[in-house]
Design a protein around this ligand. Sequence first.
Ligand SMILES: NC(=O)c1ccc[n+]([C@@H]2O[C@H](COP(=O)([O-])OP(=O)(O)OC[C@H]3O[C@@H](n4cnc5c(N)ncnc54)[C@H](O)[C@@H]3O)[C@@H](O)[C@H]2O)c1
Length: 428
Amino acid sequence: MNVAIIGTGYVGTVTGACFAELGHTVVCVDIDRSKVDLINAGIPPIHEPGLSELLEKHARNGLRATVAYNDAIPCSDLTFICVGTPSDKDGRIDLSIVRRASESIGDALKLANRDSHHVVVVKSTVVPGTTDEVVAPIIREKSGDASTVGIAMNPEFLREGKAVYDFMNPDKIVIGGDSRARDTVARLYKKISCEITLTDTRTAEMIKYANNSFLATKISFANEIGNICKRLGIDVYEVMSAVGKDFRISEHFLNAGAGFGGSCFPKDVKALIGRARELGYDPLLLNATIRVNEEQPMRMIELLADRIQEIRGRRIAVLGLAFKNETDDIREARSIPVIGELLNRGATVAAYDPLATENMRKVFPDVLYCDSAKDALAGADACLIMTEWAEFGSLDQEFEEMLNVVVIDGRRMVSLDSDRGVYEGICW
Ligand SMILES: NC(=O)c1ccc[n+]([C@@H]2O[C@H](COP(=O)([O-])OP(=O)(O)OC[C@H]3O[C@@H](n4cnc5c(N)ncnc54)[C@H](O)[C@@H]3O)[C@@H](O)[C@H]2O)c1
């Protein structure tokens, strides 16, 4: 099938590359010409394991990119909206990018003068009602021919850092819409062996929010239990390892630590809270999920202050900037409030991350960015571990480079005997 993908960020690029791998012909559209040029050169605009191999294989050979909607939509059977849905200043969903993309798709459909059926699919995460009440009316009005345009909603559940694997090996595929639109979308996934949930668009939209809100709540729950365990001198990892053996709970997302970040959990939970409040319901549990998460990074600072007393004038090594390992994405990374607070309190921050340095440099130009963990640790008064990069697990002699060995671990990456220095886990 011929597929247009609107937006070549994490979701759009992975979706385009994976559809090409499944044998479809793909045209990606982005307003950012630098991303378009990279994709056409077979280079991913973002870091994701396995993505460069797919782009190398398919770029200009089943997959191309363009800045022109008119160059992509007329030759496609389906168009996927994969643009960002950020939070507005009150935490509610900001649909302005989705609206603009929908207008451009509608305009391109009108100009295309088609007589075949075309399905516009919302893959961006949008609050329930958006596909039917915002996207569909714009597309229908702008295209001028409702009879040949179908609308569907197909939420994406991939994890950054494992996005290509997850897309090709999903545990669920959800498609919302009327039966004709849903069947067209389902045909795209024919080669993937996975049960497809067929439903209406509002339910498809809600499944995505319920999914992310549950996972975020599970993490905040583990962190809350961890904060209590810390005060009781109990190892929360031993507790959660046993708790996770209950099949009703499962072992995943029970690792207590510095909290969740990324482009999805914080904004999606806030968007659902915002939508619920608009409907007259203040969601108690979701509010608490966010509050626990926002306080968690500050616990790293409290532990640090307890251990070194004065933060001003000290050199603090921050290991890990990305919101999780295997990605260069720093959106809502827990390292951001931590570095912000360290700088506020007058520390010198020496940071290291295998992939995310250039992204973080735009947020904090005054941080000293290092090429290795060892360089960041050299001469440091203390070290904070903020991301679960595997390489931090094998740090050992590098700690000897520190002025004082004080390690505050937000991700349970290190074990350090007490005769070698101070080691504090955030929740253990
Ligand atoms: N990142 C994830 O792990 C993930 C997972 C599941 C779902 N989602 C959802 O998918 C959506 C996209 O997320 P993302 O992380 O890929 O976003 P992103 O910010 O990485 O990418 C969005 C892309 O859209 C482009 N864009 C903006 N306006 C455009 C326009 N008018 N026309 C064409 N392109 C335009 C931007 O230049 C950018 O390249 C969001 O709704 C997000 O919540 C993300």
